[in-house]
Ligand binder design. Structure first.
Ligand code: NDP
Length: 281
């Protein structure tokens, strides 16, 4: 029996479930499509309504899967997509967004992110985000893979402080962000979307995680997600194509890590003692 999914609050005041669904690697093959669509629909059924995609995933294939999954259920989903840095000029961002809208089959992307920094000045991309927002083609915008220096620069750009989220690599094995980036964002109310929260599946074999999971009658993936769910304004977005793993991942909300569990995790996955450059996958 699942508890209610905890929530995060964006700077805009928008409240979202603190556990979303990733879709990288979906839409790669026609044979997997029906199962992938079914999984995204199942996520909506169980309240994991934030669905993360990007124009570059499977060359738009992931957006098409999401579009098919939310057809007829638009209001139930909170769709996040991303513009690739090489498209992030002022005109390019608008064109990329329009192409994503088409693949998604919707009128408005709820949250639109700059996937990572490229050669275009941030003010160009932010100006495009402002235009798209005025036109009702996006509901809000944010960034991804931005370290503290990037966020500080963003804050100097006109309307840069309207950024709602920073989507970053954050999991038990990648805790460097806890030193400065996480507190920086939390101090300004910028929400964190934690990508690769189970390190693309690799974390589940870690012996200490296996041991803590056993002690909690849980799975290692659930402990990895529960660790992130404990953090203020952090939303992990695990990807799975399997409906049973979707339910397994959702059940991480029922886990209450004890002080002893947290100490064991800290010993196995030490928090940072100094600045660590933000990593990317
Ligand atoms: P995740 O950490 O979410 O791991 C996904 C992998 O783990 C898949 O192979 C999945 O396999 C497997 N898995 C899922 N649940 C379980 C479970 N309970 N037990 C064991 N294995 C499991 O990695 P991702 O890199 O996919 O990150 C999540 C999402 O974040 C992406 O899908 C994407 O939307 C986003 N992302 C954003 C990036 C950015 O630059 N902004 C970069 C990378 C990701 P299976 O599907 O077979 O269940």
């Amino acid at each position: 029996m699942n508890d209610q999914i905890p929530t995060i609050t964006l700077p805009s005041g928008k409240i979202l479930p603190a556990l979303g669904l990733g879709t990288w690697m979906m839409g790669e093959t026609a044979t997997a499509a029906s199962d992938e669509i079914a999984t995204v629909r199942a996520a909506l059924d169980i309240g994991m309504t934030v669905v993360d995609t990007a124009e570059i995933y499977a060359d738009g294939g992931s957006e098409s899967i999401v579009g098919k999954a939310i057809k007829g259920r638009r209001d139930e989903a909170f769709v996040v997509s991303k513009v690739a840095p090489w498209n992030a000029s002022q005109a390019g961002t608008i064109a990329a967004c329009e192409a994503s809208l088409k693949r998604l089959g919707i009128e408005c992307i709820d949250l639109y992110l700059l996937h990572w920094r490229g050669e275009y000045p941030l003010q160009e991309t932010v100006a495009a985000f402002d235009t798209l927002k005025r036109q009702g083609k996006i509901g809000a915008w944010g960034v991804s893979n931005f370290d503290v220096a990037d966020m500080e620069e963003l804050w100097t750009v006109e309307n840069g402080d309207q950024c709602q989220v920073n989507q970053i690599l954050y999991n038990l094995g990648r805790r460097g962000v806890e030193f400065d980036l996480l507190p920086w964002c939390q101090a300004r109310g910028v929400s964190i979307m934690a990508y690769s929260p189970i390190e693309q599946g690799r974390l589940v074999k870690h012996p200490e995680l296996v041991a803590v999971a056993k002690a909690n009658q849980a799975t290692p993936a659930q402990i990895a997600l529960a660790f992130l769910l404990e953090r203020e304004n952090v939303m992990p977005i695990p990807k799975t194509k399997s409906i049973s793993r979707l339910q397994e991942n959702l059940s991480s909300i029922d886990i209450d890590l004890s002080d002893e569990d947290l100490q064991r995790l800290d010993a196995a996955f030490p928090p940072p003692e100094r600045k660590v450059q933000l990593q990317m996958l």
